[in-house]
Design a protein around this ligand. Structure first.
Ligand code: HEC
Length: 181
């Protein structure tokens, strides 16, 4: 009898412990699901979009355009074109993150901005495919698509003077002393 009672109690205790455990386990997933659903804050670039344009976008685009006129001559030069194409494809996504420029946060929310930036990235992927295929005509086409993305966006978003005063051409505007990107 005592033995039965003790066993029964032990059993009851273990059921309680089990159900408490189950409750905890049952409670855990919704909490972590809620945490997972909360949007993580987007990373902020440590420099302005203006600086990214000068130091990364332009630096990757110029050689792609030049390669359409003066095609790569050896495997190393083709590989460099591939790298510039990768840089273009990635910077198209990178400039969808705001940096330290005063207008950056507003720009990156604009659907037109996102559209031009995606287009720039897609042109980079075209350039990559062209480089891998060693196809100069396709490099030229990718370059044209690229120009349209740059110009389309600049027409709408780029003020005549940049907000952060960083220019690609070191002597523009006249009398201007270049800032470090
Ligand atoms: C999604 C929009 C967008 C795209 C795409 C874009 N730009 Fe820009 N770019 C801007 C804005 C806006 C500024 C001015 C930033 C500021 O004022 O803070 C700028 C500034 C620049 C600057 C610095 C200012 C200057 O005149 O020297 C250069 C260089 C530049 N862009 C080159 C390019 C090139 C090359 C491409 C294409 C390969 C390109 N950009 C694509 C929006 C864009």
């Amino acid at each position: 009898m005592i033995r039965t009672l003790a066993t029964g109690l032990a059993f009851a205790a273990s059921v309680l412990a089990l159900s408490a455990c189950e409750k905890q386990e049952a409670a855990a997933p919704p909490e972590s699901a809620a945490e997972a659903a909360a949007p993580a804050p987007a990373p902020v670039l440590p420099v302005s979009i203006n600086a990214s344009m000068v130091a990364m976008v332009s630096e990757a685009a110029d050689p792609i355009w030049l390669d359409a006129y003066d095609p790569p001559k050896n495997p190393k030069e083709w590989r460099e074109l591939e790298y510039h194409a990768y840089q273009m494809a990635v910077t198209g996504k990178l400039i969808q993150l705001a940096g330290t420029g005063p207008s950056d946060a507003g720009w990156v929310k604009d659907p037109q901005w996102i559209g031009f930036a995606d287009e720039m990235s897609a042109a980079g992927m075209d350039a990559l495919a062209a480089a891998k295929a060693r196809n100069v005509v396709a490099v030229d086409k990718a370059g044209d698509r690229l120009v349209e993305a740059c110009e389309g966006c600049h027409k709408i978003f780029k003020p005549s003077l940049t907000s952060m005063g960083i220019y690609h051409a070191p002597s523009f505007p006249p009398g201007y002393t270049p800032k470090e990107p």
